[in-house]
Design a protein around this ligand. Structure first.
Ligand code: ADP
Ligand code: MG
Length: 735
C-alpha cells in the first residue's frame, strides 16, 4: 500500500505518489500520462464481458488485441537454436475457435498457463506456419482479480504496458481521488441531463451496466465538445473585438458601377451572402466569414463585390490563392469581369476605375518592383497573389480586406497569422469550394461565421461521370481516347488529369501534398505492390504520338516557369489547344466554358472531394460535360466504392460527408490541436453533431459574459485539456 493523504489528491497530482514510481514512469514513457487527470482521462477503448470469452474469429494480422480466452493446451518445448524453453499454448473462445500463442521462457509460466485457465491475453496478431498466432503475449489470469465486476475495461495499451496494468493504476487513482469540482455549470448539466464529472469518470472506468457506460461516455463527450467550442468562442470573441476599418457601401461607387454592367442576374444565394458580407464590412470590427459553395456556385463574384466595396472606401483588398497558376488566373478573370472599371491608369478606363495587380514570387524583378510599388502607393485597389504575399509582409497603403481562396489547406492558426498582429485587423473572407459538413464547419472553421451558396447559377449543364475500370474492361481504354477525339471534333476541349508531374522532385502539385484529401493508401493493406502514379511528363508524349496524335496538346503543372504556365492557360482559354494534360493545378478556379470532357487517370489516387472539384472544371458552358474516372483498381475494393460514390452523385455536400467518413477524423480534428497529446478521445464529427451544435450555443453564451473565462477556471482548464495548453496560452494572450 502506498500511504497518501487523500485530501491532497486531485486531477493535477503527479502519478508517482499514487501508483508508485515504476508504474508512473512506465505510464509517462509509454503513454505520456503524467498526472491523475491524464490517467482518468485515458478511457477504455472497449469493454469485455467478464463471463464471456472473446470471439477469436476475424482477428486481423498486425492488430494489437486484448482477448479473454481459455487455455486448452500448453506444451513446453526446448528451443533448438537457443537456450531456454518455449511454451506453445492453444487458447479458445466460446465457439471453439482456436488461436496459437507462444511464450518464451516457458518454464516460468508453465504453472500459470494451464489448460482450463481463463485469462486475458494481449499482443500483436502475427503469422507462423500459416496460422495466426500471438507471440509472447502479455498475460493475466482472471482469477487473480479479487473483485467481481461484470466488465473488464480494455485500454489503449502498448507492448510495454498491458491494458490490465493500466486498469489497476486507474483503480488505484480512483480510490484516492476526491470527486473533482465539475467544470460544467450545473444549469447546463441539469438541462442536458448529464452525469456529474466524478461519477462519469468512475463509471467509464468501472461500469456496472451498459447504461453506466453510455451515460458516462455521453457526459465526457460533452466535456470535449465544450472544450473545443469554448476555445473557438474565445477566439471569435477576441478576433471580433479588434478594431477594423469600417467600409460601408458607397452610393454610386465602383460596386454600383460593377453591378450595373454584370451580364447576368445574381442568384438569390449570391444576393443573400452579398448582403451579409456588405453588412460585416460596414462594421468597425473585422469580418471573419467563410463562404462555402460548390464548384461553379459563383463565389468569385461575391468576393469581387466585397473587394469593390472596400475599394470604394478608399482602401485595398488582397486576394490569396493556393498556387501561382490560380493567382494568375484570378487576376485575369477579375480584370475581365471589371473591364474598364479595372483599368485605372490605362486608356479607356472608367472614371472611378481601380487596378488589379498580380504579385507573385516568380515575377521578374522589374514587374515585381512595379507591383510592390502599386500596392504600397495604394494605386492598386486589388492585389492578387499566393499566401506568400502576406508572409512576405508586402506593404499596403491601407489593407482593408483579405480574401482567401482557401481550398482546404488552411487551418485556424494560419488564418490567425493572416489576421496580423497589429492593433487593427483587416476584414477576412474565406472561400472554399469544398462543401463542408456542419460539424466540420463548427469545429475546424469555428472561428468563422459561415455562409453558403447552395444553388448553382442557371444555364449549367449536367456532368455525367463514369468509372472506367481497366481491371475488368481493359478495352475501354481506347474508347476513352476516342471519346476525347469526338469532343474535339465537335469543337470542344478536354482535360486529362494525372496525379503526378513526373520528374523525381517533389512538387507542390504532386498529390502527396494534400494529406487531408489524398486516399489513405494503407487502409486496405495494399500499399506495397502499387506502381508509381501516372505522371504528366511521361503520359503526355505518349498521347501525343499515340491515341491523341494530331490534336493540339498542352502540358500544365506546377513546375513550369510561371510565364509558361500563363502562356499555356491563355492558349487553352483561347481555344488554341484541344487537350490540356495537367496535374491538379486545374483543380480550382480554371474556367474554360468550352471544355466539355475530363479524363482522370489513376483516379483512385485522388480524394473524393478533390475528384469532385476537378470535374467541376467541365460543363461550365452550355454543352453537357463528361468526366471519365480511369482506374486499374479491381471491383469490390474501398477505392472502387469511393469512385462509384463520385460517379453516383453530383451533390458536393453528400460527397463531403462521405469523405469525412472515409478519412480518419483525427486528421480533421488534429488541425485544432496543439500541444503534446490529443485531448479529443471520444468526440466524433460524425456521431455527435447534436452535442457539438448545442455546445456551440452554450460556449458562445458563456464567453459573451466572460470573454477570457477568468470567472470559470474549471472551464478554462477544460479548454487546456481539450485543445492543448499552448492553444489556451495563445488565446489568453490575445484576449
Ligand atoms: P466558383 O464558385 O467555383 O468560384 P465562379 O465564381 O468561378 O464559381 O463562377 C463560375 C462561372 O459562373 C463564372 O463564369 C461566373 O462568371 C459565372 N457566374 C457567376 N454568377 C453567375 C450568375 N448569377 N449567373 C450566371 N453566371 C454566373
Ligand atoms: Mg472560384
Amino acid at each position: 500500500m502506498i500511504a497518501i493523504d487523500s485530501h491532497a489528491i486531485d486531477l493535477d497530482t503527479p502519478l508517482e505518489g499514487v501508483v508508485g514510481k515504476k508504474s508512473a514512469d512506465l505510464l509517462a514513457a509509454q503513454l505520456e500520462i503524467a498526472t491523475v487527470g491524464d490517467l482518468v482521462r485515458h478511457y477504455p477503448r472497449r469493454y469485455v464481458d467478464r463471463g464471456k470469452l472473446t470471439d477469436l474469429a476475424g482477428l486481423e494480422i498486425g492488430e494489437h488485441v486484448t482477448v479473454v480466452a481459455e487455455v486448452v493446451q500448453a506444451t513446453l518445448r526446448q528451443m533448438r537454436s537457443r537456450r531456454g524453453s518455449l511454451l506453445a499454448v492453444v487458447i479458445r473462445d466460446e465457439r471453439g475457435t482456436k488461436l496459437d500463442c507462444t511464450f518464451f521462457n516457458g518454464h516460468k509460466l508453465l504453472s500459470l498457463v494451464k489448460p482450463g485457465v481463463r485469462a486475458l491475453f494481449a499482443g500483436k496478431v502475427g503469422v507462423f506456419n500459416r496460422k495466426l498466432q500471438l507471440t509472447h503475449p502479455q498475460f493475466e489470469p482472471l482469477d487473480d482479480d479479487d473483485e467481481i465486476r461484470p466488465f473488464l475495461s480494455v485500454y489503449p495499451a502498448t507492448g510495454k504496458i498491458a491494458s490490465w496494468m493500466i486498469a489497476r493504476c486507474v483503480r488505484q487513482a480512483l480510490d484516492v481521488l476526491d470527486d473533482p469540482t465539475d467544470p460544467l455549470p450545473e444549469s447546463l448539466r441539469r438541462r442536458e441531463g448529464l452525469a456529474e464529472l466524478g461519477r462519469a469518470l468512475r463509471r467509464i472506468h468501472v461500469p456496472e451496466t451498459d447504461t453506466d457506460i453510455h451515460a458516462a461516455r455521453h457526459r465526457l463527450v460533452w466535456d470535449e465538445a465544450m472544450g473545443v467550442q469554448l476555445a473557438l468562442a474565445v477566439r471569435r470573441r477576441a478576433a471580433a473585438a479588434r478594431p477594423a476599418p469600417a467600409c460601408p457601401p458607397t452610393p454610386d461607387g465602383l460596386l454600383d458601377a460593377f453591378d450595373a454592367r454584370l451580364p447576368f442576374a445574381l442568384t438569390a444565394g449570391q444576393r443573400a451572402v452579398g448582403a451579409e458580407v456588405a453588412a460585416d464590412l460596414a462594421r468597425e470590427h473585422p469580418m471573419n466569414r467563410l463562404v462555402q459553395g460548390d464548384v461553379g456556385a459563383g463565389k468569385t463574384v461575391v468576393a469581387l463585390r466585397a473587394m469593390l466595396q472596400v475599394v470604394d472606401s478608399g482602401r485595398q483588398a488582397a486576394l490569396l490563392a493556393p498556387t501561382e497558376v490560380l493567382a494568375a488566373q484570378h487576376a485575369r478573370s477579375l480584370r475581365a469581369m471589371l473591364g474598364p472599371l479595372g483599368q485605372a491608369g490605362e486608356l479607356g478606363a472608367a472614371d472611378r476605375a481601380t487596378r488589379v495587380e498580380l504579385l507573385t514570387g516568380s515575377l521578374g524583378a522589374k514587374a515585381k518592383r512595379g507591383a510592390l510599388l502599386a500596392a504600397q502607393s495604394g494605386e492598386a485597389g486589388i492585389v492578387v497573389g499566393t499566401h506568400a504575399l502576406i508572409q512576405d509582409r508586402v506593404g499596403f497603403a491601407d489593407l482593408g480586406l483579405v480574401v482567401v481562396d482557401e481550398q482546404h489547406r488552411f487551418g485556424v492558426e494560419q488564418r490567425d497569422a493572416l489576421r496580423g498582429r497589429g492593433e487593427r485587423a483587416p476584414h477576412m473572407l474565406v472561400m472554399t469550394a469544398t462543401p463542408i459538413p456542419r460539424t466540420v464547419a463548427m469545429t475546424v472553421y469555428g472561428d468563422l461565421a459561415v455562409s453558403a451558396l447552395r444553388e448553382l447559377p442557371g444555364g449549367r449543364s449536367p456532368i455525367a461521370t463514369t468509372v472506367v475500370p481497366l481491371a475488368e474492361k481493359p478495352q475501354w481504354f481506347d474508347r476513352v481516347w476516342r471519346r476525347v477525339r469526338e469532343e474535339v471534333e465537335a469543337g470542344h476541349q478536354c482535360y486529362v488529369v494525372l496525379p503526378r508531374v513526373g520528374d523525381d522532385k517533389a512538387d507542390d502539385d504532386d498529390l502527396v501534398d494534400s494529406p487531408d484529401d489524398a486516399p489513405d493508401e494503407g487502409a486496405d493493406g495494399e500499399v506495397d505492390a502499387r506502381r508509381a502514379p501516372l505522371a504528366v511528363l511521361e503520359v503526355a508524349p505518349k498521347l501525343a504520338d499515340g491515341a491523341l496524335e494530331g490534336l493540339r496538346l498542352g502540358v500544365l503543372h506546377g513546375r513550369l516557369p510561371p510565364d509558361e504556365k500563363d502562356a499555356v492557360m491563355r492558349a487553352f482559354d483561347a481555344g488554341e489547344l484541344d487537350v490540356l494534360v495537367a496535374t491538379t493545378v486545374v483543380e480550382v478556379g480554371v474556367d474554360v466554358p468550352n471544355a466539355t470532357a475530363m479524363v482522370i487517370l489513376d483516379a483512385d489516387r485522388f480524394g473524393l472531394s478533390q475528384l469532385h472539384q476537378l470535374r467541376g472544371r467541365v460543363g461550365r458552358g452550355s454543352a453537357p460535360g463528361v468526366c471519365l474516372l480511369v482506374t486499374e483498381v479491381p471491383a469490390e475494393t474501398t477505392a472502387r466504392e469511393r469512385l462509384d460514390a463520385v460517379a453516383g452523385t453530383t451533390d458536393g455536400f453528400e460527397l463531403a460527408r462521405l469523405d469525412l467518413e472515409l478519412r480518419r477524423e483525427g486528421d480533421v480534428l488534429g488541425a485544432l490541436q496543439s500541444g503534446r497529446r490529443s485531448g479529443l478521445r471520444l468526440l466524433s464529427l460524425l456521431r455527435h453533431e447534436e452535442i457539438i451544435a448545442k455546445a456551440q450555443v452554450y460556449a458562445t453564451d458563456i464567453v459573451s459574459t466572460d470573454p477570457d473565462l477568468a470567472g470559470h477556471p474549471g472551464l478554462a482548464a477544460l479548454v487546456g485539456e481539450t485543445v492543448g495548453d499552448e492553444e489556451r496560452a495563445a488565446y489568453l494572450d490575445k484576449a
